[in-house]
Design a protein around this ligand. Structure first.
Ligand SMILES: O=c1nc[nH]c2c1ncn2[C@H]1C[C@H](O)[C@@H](COP(=O)(O)OP(=O)(O)OP(=O)(O)O)O1
Ligand SMILES: [Mg+2]
Length: 203
């Protein structure tokens, strides 16, 4: 039995503003009092696991430990078929530079590795999202979502965050970077995982 989430304070344990905006919008109708890491000045924990669920647990448990609040963490990434699922769990790492994250560089790396692989287009890929919801008594719930599509080049669109300008979901003509954020929130990997969370924890 999935534990219900009381309509009270929920910590979203992320340092990613793009994710936070999407999660706030997805939870809007449920009347939760949503707070984030930034409201508590919480540090970004090291994501040392090799799976999405492992890293989502690290982030959720760090939030519970620091605040005692029910905490939701999202670990997500892009898996490119012709690259054997890379960057996968290392999607954020591909953007890392000494001066912060550079997603133009990370997207270019995806493109260059695809060219080097010789794989024919369309370049199949999926975004994956794992949500971990944790409470201070040790209870945890896990929800997973995916969206399938292809990598396009050059990048298109000013919206969204991360790798959105090079990902076009199946059935769409626009990339996530071109779509209205509300539309992205109907079809994305995160939306998909949230549908399960809402069915489990609110209904
Ligand atoms: O909808 C998305 N649209 C575009 N890119 C995305 C999306 N969702 C995840 N991504 C990329 C961004 C980041 O490079 C990586 C997630 O890494 P991940 O560690 O889960 O998130 P993060 O470090 O940005 O924030 P935090 O860990 O504080 O939640 O996948
Ligand atoms: Mg992270």
């Amino acid at each position: 039995m999935t534990r219900k989430l009381a309509r009270a304070k929920l910590l979203i344990a992320t340092h990613n503003r793009g994710k936070l905006d999407e999660i706030r919008a997805l939870l809007d109708v449920f009347g939760m009092d949503v707070v984030s890491n930034a409201d508590f000045g919480l540090p970004e924990p090291a994501e040392t696991e090799t799976t999405f669920v492992g890293n989502a647990r690290i982030k959720a448990l760090a939030g519970v430990k620091a605040t005692g609040l029910p905490t939701l963490a999202d670990d997500s990434g892009l898996a490119v078929e012709a690259l054997g699922g890379a960057p996968g769990v290392y999607t954020a790492d591909w953007a890392e530079t000494p001066n912060g994250r550079d997603f133009a560089m990370a997207m270019a790396r995806v493109y260059e590795e695809l060219l080097a692989s010789g794989a024919p287009q369309p370049w199949r890929a999926k975004f994956c999202c794992t949500l971990v919801l944790a409470w201070d008594d040790g209870h945890e719930e896990v929800f997973e979502g995916e969206v399938h599509g292809q990598i396009v080049w050059p990048p298109r669109g000013p919206n969204g965050h991360g790798y959105d300008p090079i990902f076009q979901a199946d059935g769409m003509t626009e990339t996530f970077g071109e779509m209205d954020p509300i539309e992205k929130n109907f079809v994305s990997h995160r939306a998909n995982a949230f549908e399960k969370l809402v069915k489990g924890c609110f209904v």
